[in-house]
Design a protein around this ligand. Structure first.
Ligand code: SF4
Length: 488
């Protein structure tokens, strides 16, 4: 009997992509994804540790699985990701019905640990302090037929005082450009149109192998990959953001003019406390250089409200930088104390009501700006990569959805056209809403794509791991043929 698996993913894009690797590993081990509401034989939690309530959420969910496991002893539960890396054996102490605990540095060990736990009828806890193998050397079952994540580095060399990532994902390790380009080419060969280059800090990419300008070169090299229509990246860091990246974005046609640039705070005093290594003037200067090179660029950001010691004046400085930055949208967070981070032991942790009041004011200001900028899009013709999920025809409005090149969400009226997720259309924006655009007019152009064919057939790309030791930026070597496979 083929055993089934289910992966529950929490947190950031790195985790979403790691879960694609976990799916690839489990399928290589002969398991298949659970279908519908069936209870899976193997349940894997890929956890996040960035937010305070992440722990409570995990242990709560594990609690719900205990009676299921008692009723079905062959069921296996595995916990991985950042919370596993942080809590280690504590997880099986608090939830002894868990079979496997693995960390962020050894996701490749999951199948072996599951086998060992089953054979020895004993929980297996294996957490490494440094990276075992680069996750990109592992097979992946991709979530999307038209869009793919490609890691360029793991870990982070920065020490932002509120952040737990460096202690859980380790120092930055960079992949060789040739391997990244080979993986991108493999995805494109499978019909993928859009890739997002992933790293905790993509702007320091290449420092590890001594090439300070490697990230700009990588963007340009993506420009020469036939069939690759959209290149995105996350996360850049203002302290390392250099002009060569701006010109590479502006001069490479398939690089999208959308930039997610975390600000965190507009107060120079707090940026110092956060150890962000830039100040508001430099941040705003980068935005103005990006906008002069790409006037249509959509810029988004991350902002933390309520960092310990934040004064009214600090918060006003944040509001001021937000007004000047004109972000098309922002992810806003209330400061979350993370044990083990320097900020957690800072004095002046703020009371909840103060943080909430400031958070509400920031969100209100940003929503206003987002809506204003969306209204400026009315009348524009946009190219939309039609998305699944959001792409499904809305039963009420009969609209489909997808992302414009600048990252904005667009709901459009497909009319009688049999458009599929993965296809590309052009249409005119007829209406702006606070957080999305609407195009109710006629679709101007519709391009059926291989990705559209594959998503219609329910085929999701399966990519083998890539470790070809390809150092340089040269034309990527052709990869061994990869097989698309049956619907999920
Ligand atoms: S750059 Fe700062 S916030 Fe981002 S992962 Fe590194 S330490 Fe954390």
């Amino acid at each position: 009997m083929t055993r089934s698996y289910q992966i529950r993913t929490f947190g950031c894009q790195m985790n979403v992509h790691d879960s694609e690797r976990l799916a690839g590993l489990l399928e290589d081990a002969g398991l298949s994804p659970v279908s519908g509401d069936e209870q899976a034989d193997v349940v894997v939690f890929n956890t996040c540790a960035v937010r305070e309530n992440a722990d409570n959420k995990l242990y709560g969910t594990l609690g719900h699985l205990a009676p299921l496991k008692a009723a079905n002893p062959d069921m296996q539960i595995a916990v991985g990701g950042c919370l596993a890396q942080k809590d280690k054996g504590e997880i099986v102490r608090r939830a002894p019905w868990v079979d496997v605990v693995f960390g962020t540095h050894n996701i490749g060990s999951l199948p072996v640990l599951l086998d060992r736990a089953r054979h020895n009828r004993e929980a297996q806890v294996e957490i490494l302090d440094s990276l075992e193998t680069f996750p990109s050397t592992l097979p992946a079952r991709r979530d999307s037929a038209y869009s793919g994540w490609v890691s360029i580095s793991v870990g982070c060399n920065n020490t932002c005082t509120f952040c737990i990532v460096p202690s859980l994902r380790g120092k930055e390790k960079d992949r060789r450009p040739g391997e990244i380009l080979a993986e991108v080419s493999a995805l494109v060969a499978e019909g993928v149109l859009e890739v997002t280059l992933l790293g905790q800090n993509v702007n320091s990419y290449g420092v590890e192998f001594g090439d300070r300008y490697a990230f700009g070169k990588l963007l340009r090299s993506c420009g020469s990959i036939e069939g690759l229509e959209r290149v995105r990246f996350t996360s850049p860091h203002p302290k390392d953001f250099t002009d060569d990246v701006i010109t590479a974005m502006a001069e490479t046609p398939n690089v999208c003019h959308s930039l997610h640039m975390p600000l965190q705070s507009g107060s120079d005093r707090l940026l110092k406390e956060m150890r962000r290594s830039y100040r508001s003037a430099k941040y705003l200067d980068i935005l103005s250089r990006v906008r002069s090179a790409m006037p249509d660029a959509a810029i988004t950001t991350d902002i933390i409200v309520g960092f310990p010691g934040e004064t009214d004046a600090d918060f006003e400085a944040t509001l001021d930088v937000v007004r000047q930055s004109r972000f098309s949208s922002a992810f806003t967070f209330q400061y979350s104390k993370r044990p083990g981070t320097p900020a957690a032991s800072l004095p002046d942790q703020l009371p909840k009501h103060v943080v909430q009041e400031r958070f509400d004011r920031l969100v209100a200001l940003q929503n206003e700006i987002t809506f204003e900028l969306n209204r400026e899009q009315v009348g524009r013709t946009v190219e939309v990569l039609v998305a699944s999920g959001e792409g499904k025809r809305d039963s009420e409005t009969h609209r489909m959805s997808g992302r414009a090149r600048d990252g904005r969400l667009v709901h459009f009226a497909p009319g009688d056209l049999a458009i599929r997720p993965g296809d590309v259309i052009e249409t005119e924006v007829t209406y702006a809403a606070p957080h999305y655009l609407v195009a109710d007019g006629t679709v101007r152009s519709w391009r059926r794509t291989l990705a559209g064919d594959r998503s219609e057939a329910g085929i999701k790309p399966r990519t083998p791991g890539v470790s070809l030791g390809l150092p340089g930026f040269g034309k990527p070597a052709p990869l061994p043929a990869v097989s698309g496979c049956a619907a999920q």
